[in-house]
Design a protein around this ligand. Structure first.
Ligand code: PMP
Length: 286
């Protein structure tokens, strides 16, 4: 079935959707994005994604093409038109198409470009990978300094995934000044005893929507949370490790740089947090 996608106010078959070659997203990676997961045909934490989107736009002085309520309607319409039961909705907003290529921003009244499309992923919640866990390598974090803004500059994370693939593992954790920042497309955590340790918020990492929810659920489950930088050595000596993202939810990490973490299989805390996250976020899905 051909997907119906959304481009600048129109619902179109994917083959008919077009964006200008002068679009600043294409020429300068001058755009922001969000990925919201869909479970049972409903959006997980749309409010969190909308809030972060508004912040990303504002940090880059970029205009929002519509209100967040209108965006919610577009998300829901795409879920319905494409009959998405489990999967993701990708949303991208760029500074629009100027009349020519120029580093200087186009006039403020240039309409932003907005694109949304669905990705159907049956079995997203009941992912068998969560039962065996993933393996990661560590790589140097060579991204720009404003990783808190969710921009479409994803070349280095993409290279990181390819390095992981070449090493025969699932993903890469990035290291800067001796501390882990995050995964290529997820936040990184270790567990020592009853304490969950994850990088504190700042410009160095993306402020994960799943991270915020998981840390809240962890505290409610009487676990201790420490938000601070942690080193590779600490990670290798941890009892458990895991990642979070809107599409992976909570995913156990069982090996880092060839060393098994804890028992080398998904740990009880990551497993429990995945269950809690899925259960609680589905209850309030829209
Ligand atoms: N860090 C990075 C670099 C990411 O790309 C993502 C996923 N977009 C995350 C963390 C996780 O964020 P979220 O939980 O909002 O998906």
């Amino acid at each position: 079935m051909s997907r119906t996608v959304y481009v600048n106010g129109e619902y179109l078959p994917e083959a008919e959707a077009k964006v200008s070659i002068f679009d600043r997203g294409f020429l300068f990676a001058d755009g922001v994005y969000e990925v919201t997961s869909v479970l049972n045909g409903k959006l997980i934490d749309f409010a969190g994604h909308a809030k972060r989107l508004e912040r990303s736009l504002s940090e880059l002085d970029m205009a929002a093409p519509c209100t967040m309520d209108e965006l919610l309607d577009v998300h829901r319409e795409l879920v319905a038109l494409n009959q998405i039961d489990e999967g993701m909705i990708y949303l991208q907003i760029t500074r629009g198409a100027a009349t020519d290529r120029d580093f200087v921003f186009p006039p403020a009244d240039t309409p932003p470009t907005i694109v949304l499309f669905t990705q159907s992923k049956p079995g997203l919640a009941d992912n068998p990978v969560a039962k065996r866990g993933i393996k990661v390598i560590t790589i140097e974090d060579q991204r720009w300094g404003r990783r808190d803004i969710k921009t479409v500059q994803l070349l280095y994370p993409s290279l990181g995934k390819m390095m992981a693939k070449a090493a025969g593992v699932d993903d890469a954790w990035m290291v800067e000044d001796g501390a882990i920042t995050e995964g290529t497309s997820n936040n990184a955590y270790i567990v020592k005893g009853n304490t969950i340790i994850t990088r504190n918020l700042g410009n160095e990492i993306l402020h994960g929507i799943t991270r915020a929810a998981v840390l809240r659920f962890a505290t409610e489950a009487q676990l201790k949370v420490e938000e601070r930088p942690f080193t590779l050595e600490e990670a290798l000596a941890a009892d458990e490790a895991f990642i979070t993202s809107a599409s992976a939810f909570v995913m156990p990490v069982v090996e880092i740089d060839g060393t098994a973490i804890g028992a080398g299989k998904p740990g009880p805390i990551a497993t429990r947090l995945r269950e809690i996250y899925l259960e609680e976020s589905m209850k309030v899905a829209v």
